[in-house]
Every structure is written in C-alpha cells, then in structure tokens.
Design a binder for this molecule. Structure first.
Ligand SMILES: *[C@@H]1O[C@H](CO)[C@@H](O)[C@H](O)[C@H]1NC(C)=O
Ligand SMILES: *[C@@H]1O[C@H](CO)[C@@H](O)[C@H](O)[C@H]1NC(C)=O
Ligand SMILES: *[C@@H]1O[C@H](CO)[C@@H](O)[C@H](O)[C@H]1NC(C)=O
Length: 397
C-alpha cells in the first residue's frame, strides 16, 4: 500500500514539474512585448529680435520599419528605407544652413523617424499625441516620405485636404515648380480621410486626423493595401536606386528651402551640384547599405537596439534635442491584421515546440510509470495492466 502511495506521489511531483516548466515557457513568450520607438530631432529656427510668437514648424517624417510590412512589399513598394535615407540627408543639408545665423531660417524644422508604419502608422499616431497643443498648432505642414527610391520621373503628393485648399495649393505648387526645373514631374492625389475609421492608408493621414496639414510624397500612386496579402514574410524588395533618392532629396530640400526662405517661384538652386550644399551620394550609399543589411521589424526592437542607436546618433549629429520615444504597441493582437500574420509564425513555432515538449515529457512519464510499476509490483502486473482481457483468458485456460 505504501509503495503505491509513493508511486502516486512521485507521479504527481513529476506532473507538477512539467506544468511549471510549461507555464514558465508561457511567461517567457509573453515577455516579448511589442513596442514602437520613434526618434525625433530639431533644427530650431532663428527668431527675429523681440518676436515673442512661436516660430512655425515644418515636419519631415519617414517611417523606418517598413521591412515588417511584408504584404506591402510584395505589392511592389521599395521600402529599403528610401524615406529614412532621404530624411537623414535632408537633415544634414539643413543643418549646414542652420549652423550659420545668416542662413538660419525663420522656421523650426522637426525631423521624425517613426516606427509602426506597417501597423496603421501607430508610431506616428503616438508621436503626434505626445506633442503639446502649442507644438501641434505651430506645425505649418508635415511632409512624409514613403517609397521614393525607385522612380523614374514622376512622384505623387498625396493629401487629405481638397486641392483647392490654400495650404495644399501652396505646397503642391512649391513642389511642382521645383520638379519642373529639375525635369521631373509631381502629381497631386487627393483622398479624403474617414474620421470614424481608424485605419489609414498613408502616414500623413495620421496628421490629417489631428487637423495638421500634411502630405505624403511617394512614387506610388495608390497606397499599398496592407490587408490584401497575407503571404508571410516575403522579402521581395525592389531594387532601390541611389539616383532616385538623390532626385527625391533635391526635390524636397529645394522645395522646403524656397518655402522657408520665401524664394517661391525664383529659379535659384540652393542645393546645386558641386556646391557645399550639394546632395552627397556617398552618404546616401552608405546609409542604403546599412539599411539593406538590417532587418527592421520594429515591434521587437528594444530601446537600445543598435539600429535605433545608430539612427539616433546620426540625427544627433545634425539636429538638437534628439529624443527617443519608446512605447508599448498596444492592441496589436486585435487591431492589426498585417501584424497577426507575422506573429502567427511565432505562435506556431512555439506551439509546435510545446507539443514536442509535451510528447517527450509524456513518453518520459509513461516510461517512469512503467519503471515504478515494475519495481514495486513486478513485470507481470505491468503487462496485465495493458492486456487485461487477454490475461483473463490466460487465467481461465
Ligand atoms: C494605436 O495606438 C493607440 C494608442 O496610442 C490605440 O488606442 C489605437 O487603438 C491604436 N490603433 C490605431 C488604429 O491607430
Ligand atoms: C467611414 O468608416 C466607417 C467605419 O469603418 C464606415 O462605416 C463608413 O461607411 C465610412 N464612410 C465612408 C464615407 O467611407
Ligand atoms: C534592396 O533590397 C533588395 C532585396 O533585398 C536588395 O537586392 C537591394 O540591394 C537593396 N537595395 C539597396 C540599395 O540596398
């Protein structure tokens, strides 16, 4: 009797160990809390003497973790980080202008590297919500850069406000004038936002939802449909070409400079080739190289990820008050279909592992049980346990 008790107790102990092991694995998995990390930097403008008013701000924004948008990539967006590279180069160029009081503009320039792009631009949403009222109201307009690395001669300016809107008109005319001089073309695409639907197609729509004038510059004439394809983590990125990024940088920098220095409609190239302010191809190339070697699935970036640190350091080289915003990406399991596809892979992998573990432990328990039965009651008892009907036959015979 006491032997059987021992057997039961030891089995119970084994079971307890198994369950605690499994629950430990469970909590380990949950430790991977998805988060978003936005990085921002400032180029403060020069205030006129005695001017108490806040200077207007122009924001330049790019989402850096497009790598995670596998479905978007498979429909043909080049997201080798063309937007980030362009943004960093624009920051470098304007930091040269702003380092001299004579050429420092009367506009603040705010640079934002946002994450969570594939998740409905949730990083942008969080970043904007972190602005105080004063800052939000000071934003003259925001230009978001998205897929500008493999176009030939036409880019699109996507806006949510109607083309007749005075601000939109001004921004668009600024861009199309410069484009014309450079032998390029910029088209305008208007798509109203639906306030009651939280899903956005373009990054600038997160600004529009907060009534901040904004536009997205992109070689794509329509937003990639994030929900359409769930074809896993395909990596079929288009080849990004350096020349296209250089053209984009020129177009954006020149248009911004004309707005900032009020040179609208004048044919003066500020960022002319062969000047100190020329776009630097080797700078662009080195960043493209780094980006094409760095998987950028941001929800699993920590605040101190080397890639995040590199971006932060680079921005800090050109701008001031560089700030990293790190927040939990909430609601992703229920809200983000494109994320789910990606997370399923994690889940599936873990579940298979759990099942395997269970199988191994189960077999171990059976062997242990058999062993204990054999040692306490002998082999015959064990066999009779598994072959009861047969053994009865043997007995009657
Ligand atoms: C994004 O993040 C916010 C929290 O900042 C959350 O409430 C919201 O549901 C998320 N989803 C969308 C659609 O932006
Ligand atoms: C706006 O979004 C809501 C919620 O998704 C939807 O019911 C409505 O039909 C949309 N309106 C328009 C004009 O698309
Ligand atoms: C972009 O990604 C593609 C595919 O991974 C790669 O072949 C290409 O070299 C990348 N482009 C650049 C400029 O890094």
């Amino acid at each position: 009797m006491s032997r059987e008790m021992m057997l039961v107790v030891s089995l119970l102990l084994q079971l307890l160990a198994v369950t605690s092991l499994l629950s430990q694995r469970q909590s380990l998995r949950n430790l991977r809390i998805p988060a978003i990390t936005n990085i921002q930097g400032w180029l403060p403008g020069l205030k006129a003497d005695g001017d108490a008013n806040q200077l207007p701000t122009i924001a330049i924004v790019a989402s850096y973790d497009t790598f995670g948008a596998a479905p978007a990539l498979s429909v043909g967006s080049d997201s080798n980080g063309s937007g980030i590279v362009a943004l960093l180069e624009i920051a470098r160029l304007f930091s040269l202008l702003y380092s001299n009081p004579k050429t420092r503009g009367r506009y603040n320039i705010l640079f934002g590297l946002t994450s969570g792009g594939p998740y409905n631009y949730n990083g942008t949403h969080k970043w904007l919500r972190s602005f105080d009222q004063r800052l939000r109201e000071s934003v003259d307009y925001a230009i978001c850069l998205n897929s500008i690395g493999s176009w030939d001669n036409e880019l699109w300016l996507h806006v949510s406000k109607p083309p007749e809107n005075a601000y939109i008109k001004q921004i668009f005319e600024g861009f199309s004038n410069v484009a014309e001089e450079l032998g390029l073309k910029v088209g305008l695409k208007h798509k109203k936002i639906n306030i009651s639907n939280p899903r956005v197609a373009w990054e600038h729509e997160q600004f529009s939802r907060l009534r901040v004038t904004a536009a997205t510059l992109s070689e794509l004439s329509a937003a990639p449909e994030l929900l359409e394809s769930t074809g896993g983590l395909s990596d079929s990125r288009h080849f990004v070409n350096e020349a296209a990024i250089i053209r984009s940088v020129k177009l954006v920098a020149e248009s911004l400079a004309r707005h900032i220095y009020d040179h609208q409609g004048k044919d003066i190239q500020i960022f002319a080739d062969n000047s100190i302010l020329a776009v630097n191809p080797s700078y662009i190339r080195s960043w493209l190289d780094l980006l094409s070697q760095t998987p950028r699935v941001a929800p699993f970036f920590s605040k101190t990820d080397p890639f995040v640190m590199a971006l932060k350091k680079e921005l800090a080289d050109h701008t001031v008050e560089v700030n990293v915003q790190h927040e939990v990406l909430d609601g992703m399991f229920t809200f983000y279909d494109s994320t789910k596809a990606q997370l399923n892979i994690y889940q599936v992998a873990s579940v298979t592992f759990d099942l395997l573990l269970l199988l191994v432990l189960g077999s171990y328990l059976i062997v242990l049980f058999s062993f204990l039965v054999i040692t306490t009651r002998g082999l015959d008892d064990l066999i009779s346990l598994f072959r009861r009907p047969h053994s009865r036959k043997v007995k009657t015979a």
